[in-house]
Design a protein around this ligand. Sequence first.
Ligand SMILES: Nc1nc2c(ncn2[C@@H]2O[C@H](COP(=O)(O)OP(=O)(O)OP(=O)(O)O)[C@@H](O)[C@H]2O)c(=O)[nH]1
Length: 601
Amino acid sequence: MTDLNHIRNFSIVAHIDHGKSTLADRLLEECNTVDKREMEDQILDSMELERERGITIKARAVKLTYHADDGETYTLNLIDTPGHVDFNYEVSRSLAACEGAVLVVDASQGIEAQTLANTYLAIDAGLEVIPVVNKIDLPSARPLEVKHEIEDVIGIPAMEAPEISAKNGINIHAVLEDVVRNIPAPQGDREAPVQALIFDSQYDSYRGVIVYLRVKNGVLRPGMDIRMMATGAEYKIVEVGYLHPNGMIPADALGAGEVGYLTASIKTVADTRVGDTVTGVEDPCSEPLPGYKAVQPMVYSGVYPADGSKYGDLRDALEKLKLNDASMSYTQENSIALGFGFRCGFLGLLHMEIIMERLEREYNLDLITTAPNVVYRITKTSGETIEVYTPLNYPDPAEILQCEEPFVRASILTPPEYVGNIMELCQQRRGEYRDMTYLDEGRVELHYFMPLNEIIYDFFDALKSRTRGYGSLDYEMDGYRPSRLVKLDILLNGEIVDALSFILFADNAYARARRICEKLKENIPRQMFEIPVQAAVGGKIIARETIKALRKDVLAKCYGGDITRKKKLLEKQKEGKKRMRTFGTVSVPSEAFMAVLKMDE
Ligand SMILES: Nc1nc2c(ncn2[C@@H]2O[C@H](COP(=O)(O)OP(=O)(O)OP(=O)(O)O)[C@@H](O)[C@H]2O)c(=O)[nH]1
């Protein structure tokens, strides 16, 4: 165990793409913990998918050894934080494991919404924030301006902030010196009962769950019986150790102030929730650490195998993913149209996309997802209040007394010239204007109340395109408000396709219904008979298109006796058929579902 005075626990916070992972790599190199040759690019983002998408999903930590200019050797624990608004809670728990945060700001972009949001999280967590200006190698870099921006907007001294290029390895040493000098050493009592904060966990098929934690008080040792205070789960520690960039290094003990891992043959990450407190069974601490929150999925979607016979495979895959991702949820759901599937809950659309991609890629599944929805709250005339996770459970309109939908407080940062565009966008999305602050000459912060439902689809993309990429968004939940909602049903050939139903704001129903019918008409191939495509609210048809009947058969073009060409065509047709689902008498390709999902593009 390192003595407390020689430990520094810190995170790096930044807006997406400002260079957090690249700086982390350079710090690792500078501390010589990693041999350059064996260093994979961006070791902290260890999942393949993360690397491909260039985002950081799960928090990880590494222990660095740094020989400082004062002649002393320090242990630096770098805790990586996810960079997307979907994962804000995980960010806050990672920060709670630290005493300081390095704030990376891109010298050409300056402060953006997530810079502010993450910095405020760090300041709220009581961390010492040390700014760093990155990407000074770029011709468009304006480090001095950005330093002024940091001082004016965030209100922390920044004139001495290191000007670095993480990419080219310029001035990295100055960052490490700042960390050692300006971030306080951890405090804690190693004689006290154990109190350790879980900031991440990961499922490993051989060892069970690996729990990443920061010990606040006491000492953890192998053989000790521990309890997770929120979930109540109890285990015997098998191993404790440190997180070296090249792997886990077992140790005899993990003491207050330190960051490391434990294993205890834990079967599921659901037992080791992020933010929970680990304590000893024999000599428990009197109170858990503050700030634990059971994270709730905010967005739900139906997930069905494109090929109905793969239902079992999908269930197995979800079961495995769930072991590793406590924030995802799933329950079985039956749709008349799609058969057996699951209603899955996600933190947000990015989280949903990541899980869908993992299911398709790692488990080789072809999936159909239904339009994502938020959780609505409906009070019935009987006085009963229900939470509606899926349009399939939407009550009969005659039984509804009141509908409520979740709202968020959104803050949008933008250069002033785009304010008009943004206001228009927010108004279209039923935003309620709160206020607007001019942060400095180049930046305005707009505050709105918005229905979560209007944000989850494509709000972020729409914002980016209306601000030429300069606008940025952050939001937090703000509770439920009464709303006028309806369920829109889609009928093909007179029959409701339940998997295409969704809940929306009443005033949007007509426009949306027309667009969906048009989209379906474009995406459903003609068949032997005419197919009416209709949209209805409460049994009343509000839009209609018709898919004309098909007359020619595919082989008609194949005059002449070229059998291989005929075979090819038939083969192709079969391929097409496989990807179709038949509803009543109508075959619908999975692309049609996608088209309805991607409505707002
Ligand atoms: N020119 C230049 N590019 C840099 C520098 N540092 C990082 N980049 C580039 O900026 C991009 C984003 O860097 P990352 O380190 O992945 O950014 P991040 O903040 O970790 O992003 P997320 O993981 O998505 O939160 C990459 O293409 C880097 O190569 C720098 O000093 N100069």
